[in-house]
Design a protein around this ligand. Structure first.
Ligand code: MN
Length: 243
């Protein structure tokens, strides 16, 4: 049975060795049964540039290249935490870097893939910040700094965004229904798969009289993971754990 897997929001970091281990095991075993694996953003909790190869990045790259040898195609999308993940990393990982959004044909269903933060349009301050932080000048300036300095800047920014988000309501940080419908109508998709909100669920949508669906992927937490498996026959979720 042909099968495509989707995961997102692993938030891997050197401080979470068990989760890295779980991901490595996933790449080495379960993922190899699939014909494709899509990682829809926030694979890493922070990304300071493709030239940073501190642990556990080299081990992850090796496992990703091995996945390709098994016949499973790897596709990676940037998230808001790892939006600096670039072509250099993708090449080292033998992966394709996807733009956000990307439309694919999923066993006959036009499917839109997104990280999900673009859908959170109720949070105007975030959308503004998102645009500012992706300015090519700012990025070039950041990437020109020595790695230890980038680590400090990234930590500071993460702390700031954590403080700001803690003060926001849950509603404002979820997707905006109108934005969901606009993205789906513009692309002609009737299935949308995204992560980011950490609210795994399936939502039925009425797109101008046509039935559509939005699937939200689960984040990985407490050293447990979750994947979405899609084949022509069925869609299912699967838990992953080290034990
Ligand atoms: Mn995210």
């Amino acid at each position: 049975m042909k099968e495509t897997l989707f995961i997102s929001d692993l938030h891997l970091s050197p401080e979470r060795p068990e989760r890295v281990e779980l991901f490595l095991r996933f790449l080495g075993h379960r993922a190899q049964q699939a014909e494709a694996l899509y990682i829809l953003g926030d694979l890493f909790d922070a990304w300071i540039g493709d030239d940073n190869e501190t642990a556990p990045i080299p081990t992850i790259l090796t496992a990703m290249r091995t996945l390709k040898d098994s016949g499973c195609k790897l596709h990676i999308m940037q998230g808001n935490r790892d939006f600096l993940l670039g072509e250099v990393f993708a090449e080292k990982a033998a992966a394709t870097l996807l733009s956000d959004p990307t439309l694919i044909d999923l066993y006959g269903t036009p499917t839109l893939l997104m990280h999900g933060d673009l859908l959170c349009t109720d949070d105007a301050a975030y959308q503004q910040f998102r645009q500012q932080i992706r300015s090519p000048t700012l990025i070039a300036d950041f990437l020109s700094k020595p790695i230890p300095e980038r680590v400090i800047v990234a930590k500071e920014m993460r702390k700031q965004s954590g403080d700001i988000n803690a003060a926001k309501s849950g509603e404002i940080m979820d997707v905006n229904q109108k934005s969901v419908e606009e993205f789906m109508l513009d692309s002609g998709a009737n299935l949308l798969i995204h992560g980011h909100t950490h609210r795994p669920d399936e939502h039925d949508i009425d797109l101008n009289g046509t039935h559509a669906c939005r699937i939200v992927l689960a984040d990985w937490c407490n050293d447990k993971g979750e994947l979405l498996s899609v084949s022509r026959e069925e869609i299912s979720r699967e838990m992953l754990s080290l034990s």
